[in-house]
Design a protein around this ligand. Structure first.
Ligand code: MN
Length: 177
């Protein structure tokens, strides 16, 4: 069974960048739902239940076709959010980022249509910025994320409404204040 990880900080720890109510709903409702739906998808495949979410996502072709989409979406949602909580930790170490990469990250986030994530990943040629749609995770492409930002409206709507640019700027300022 996959479980919702505890946060190492309180829901109001990221104020004023991310408000406590958004954090609480995001963690206890949205993330919990990804975990629950991942477990539900795996119910009829006991042999997959011992695999970590990384193992599932890194080899989606090995997942039976009838649940592959669910594992991709909900397993991805679980992994992406668990990673997100870690990099939002006030005590987490930040990867050094040039102004150029920060701008690339911001522009990629702004240019991404609809729900998804913007990432900074370690690829074969060093640090790269990319986005993924929905809950697709870069680890399914063999990449190692070092930074990721949730671009779903549920991540910012209560505080920022439709002002995605303010949300992106605010999180970058939080990480690199
Ligand atoms: Mn989210």
């Amino acid at each position: 069974m996959h479980t919702l990880p505890k946060l190492n900080y309180s829901y109001d720890a990221l104020e004023p960048y991310i408000d406590a109510q958004t954090m609480e709903i995001h963690h206890t409702k949205h993330h919990q739902t990804y975990v629950d739906k991942l477990n539900a998808a795996l119910e009829k495949y006991p042999e997959l239940q011992t695999k970590t979410v990384e193992e599932l996502l890194q080899d989606l072709s090995a997942v039976p076709e009838d649940i592959r989409g669910a594992v991709r979406n909900h397993g991805g949602g679980h992994w992406n959010h668990r990673f997100f909580w870690q990099i939002l930790d006030p005590k987490a170490e930040r990867v050094a980022l040039s102004d150029e990469l920060k701008l690339k990250f911001k522009n990629a986030a702004l240019g991404h249509f609809g729900s998804g994530w913007v990432w900074l990943v370690k690829g074969s040629e060093g640090l790269e910025v990319m986005t993924t749609p929905n809950q697709d995770s870069p680890i399914s492409q063999g990449l190692e994320p070092v930074l990721g930002l949730d671009l779903w409206e549920h991540a910012y709507y209560l505080k920022y409404q439709n002002r995605r640019v303010e949300y992106i700027d605010s999180i970058l300022n939080y990480w690199y204040k």
